[in-house]
Design a protein around this ligand. Sequence first.
Ligand code: ADP
Length: 749
Amino acid sequence: DVADVSGVPPWFAAHLREEGIESLYPPQADAVEAGVAEGNSLVASVPTASGKTLIAQLGMLSAVERGGTALYIVPLRALASEKREEFEAFEPYGVSIGVATGNYEDTGEWLTGKDVIVATSEKVDSLVRNGAPWVDDLDCVVSDEVHLVDDPNRGPTLEVTLAKLRRINPNLQVVALSATVGNAGEMAEWLDAELVDSAWRPIELKTGVQYGQALHFGDGSQRELRVGSNEKPTEAIVRDTLAEDGSTLVFVNSRRNAEGAAKRLANTSCDGLDEDERRQLTDLAEEIRGVSDTETSEDLAACVEKGAAFHHAGCSSEHRSIVEDAFRDRLIKVVSATPTLAAGVNTPSRRVVVRDWRRYSGEAGGMKPLSVLEVHQMMGRAGRPGRDPYGEALLLAKSHDELDELLDRYVWADPEPVESKLAREPSMRTHLLATVASGFADSRAALLNFLDRTLYATQYRRGAGSDDETDTDGRRDPRDGAARDNLERIVDSTLEYLDANDFIDRDGTIGATNLGHTVSRLYLDPMSAAEVLDGLEGASTPTAMGLYHLVSRTPDMYELYLRSGDREEYTMVAYERESEFLGAIPSEFEEERFEDWLSALKTARMLEDWASELDEDEIAERYGVGPGDIRGKVDTAEWLLGAAESLAGELGLECVPTIREARQRVKHGVGEELIDLAGVRGVGRKRARRLYDAGIETRADLREADKAVVLGALRGRTKTAENVLEAAGHPDSGMDGVSPDATAIPGDG
Ligand code: ADP
């Protein structure tokens, strides 16, 4: 019973009962047994939807009950707000919650004194680098989806961050929540933690493969599925699920496919709607259109009217949460999603279809199979406890051979072991500099010693003892004795690189230079910093395009791919605007470098279009991206230009104001003359242009503006006009009795 757990606050059991939780699930009981409520570290490797969050809460709340502070590390920003909402339920009992988001340079001082803090691993890493004071006082740290240490891009940050936090407080309680993985024991060894390794699920999950007119389950059973002659398998499954009044979640491998599938499946889902649902869905579609006025918004609304939706990282967060809520409420019958939805968002469904089990790998257009772990996580979303008798998750086969392959590869297979990616160069560059800069190590030996607290070290230590670990699938195995040598070699070459670029100083002890400190605090990959510094050298008045291109070619900017025809187009642009680029253009004969340089040019031109007030829809169309992608690129560019500004300032370069202007233009998406106006709260790029065209050119103009003109420029929207005038500091923003000045009303287009 939940009331029998000692160590947690007395109100917690009653609170859980209110939420419908009377007794602990078996893995939760095991966690209590292992001492999660008494400060013990724990790795909980249990399937999706088996109540990991509660295990984390037991750890966090018992730490708070003892007067301590807890940190919850989420893998994605989108999950931070979900967790915040979840934990805010504790506020009435006096537990304070803070979410660390926003700027990398922010030290989050206001979080001091909060009982529970939620942040992404990148944010925690940066707070450590910036010396956030509360980091020293943590008692309990939860690491959600800790199996992501396996991710080549983001895993090393999590790994190093946990190592630093444990170094700061050697008695830190670490509660690591993991999907079922092949080597949970090794993770527990790494974190000196107890282990709960369980396959228990609150609801039975049947997994299998659809082939022809049958569903073949892993337990050997089969079931008939009528697939109509003109029907695709996914449509047949959705129709079949609807007949049982259930919903379906379809995982696909790209945004485009998610949208395409939703449009098609909407024709199936709309058949099963009753009058009341149709009305509610019409309202929901209106709400979606109200969020933004873009093509994606319209497409989504059109699907939602028919009971279907798509969900991917290119959608705005408002759209995503509308879809998640309506799917949970069973109003939306089918959602097609990219795997982001599988990562954590709580959206159970009667059936899950993993339609695409391969994804584009980016390497020469090749396709790569998903890992067993990823597929199992998607499948784990099937089945709503208390609602469905069981969940069903299906892969789709087009041939008998494929049926056999899928059963082997995913249905009967165990998930892979998690493997540290720390020894890769980009992560080493970043993390060694940060480790030195934050004072965790001041010599080569101390660095190697620090790295001993990582999963990488645990894995090579293990391998060094036994020679019989064979590498069955040809991957490079870090678990051999050579791994330590390998680590030393990478550490040496990385130190060499950091020294050569003046980020560290190696006379006697190792320390960060001023420049190195700045780079670490700015959260830049040192290679990005080197690229920027190199480009800015000797550029007294660079153009905005030159700066956009410079930041776009750093490893911190995720590039746009070149599509067919792009190579020719951007090669032309490169020659037309040759004088603007900072640094030398690689020769066309250096194929790969030139290609990269051109993709950066594509990104740069997208930023330029944005800063020239081109419509978002047009940009999306022109570059083949979604509005979420534009936002992502714009945010990254703003951050990198800010970093470039700091670096230039650090070196006393004269181009600082030019960089600032380019940054502000990207930030607001406006031409130079609108920067001032667009900075007024509630104005934004479109309204700034309308006000400007009506003769109101600056914030000061706005403060003294004729209200009728403002109202006209803002298309007669009274409330907007009042807010904008108030934000600008107009002495009297009231619009009672004011009618729009007809000459200021903008025409269409
Ligand atoms: P995970 O993080 O493992 O994917 P969650 O923690 O989100 O899973 O839990 C899934 C669902 O199960 C949640 O809706 C939660 O409220 C519910 N749940 C958790 N523990 C219990 C329990 N002991 N009894 C009943 N429901 C529970």
